[in-house]
Ligand binder design. Sequence first.
Ligand code: SF4
Ligand code: SF4
Length: 114
Amino acid sequence: MEQLPCQDCKGLCCGPVAISEVELKKIKKKIKTMPRKTRYKLENQLRFHGTCIFYDTEKDRCGIYSARPKACSMFGYYKGMTCFRKPALATKNHDFIEEPVGILSIDFTWKDFK
Ligand code: SF4
Ligand code: SF4
């Protein structure tokens, strides 16, 4: 499958995202099992206002990749979730997305994952 050109985007599309209860629990587990040093470094990076709290600015990638919300993994490949850098890839029809409990980076911040 053709991939999006995400490298060097520096988290351009990583902003606040709606998450479900299940996703919230998954992220909490991921953060809790992270080595303390990794977690501390991720938490204390400087980010632009509005950038996702889990975007890893040093490594230019998602800091919780294996636990990222479904909306993040769908972005760019599903209709209505188009990436302007390669709009032609947004062709899939929507899967079911669970009811959100809040917005990551706004309703849930680092203090909720300790
Ligand atoms: S989905 Fe698009 S905007 Fe987001 S990082 Fe990838 S190429 Fe960049
Ligand atoms: S959870 Fe990961 S992929 Fe989703 S917006 Fe945050 S940094 Fe980006």
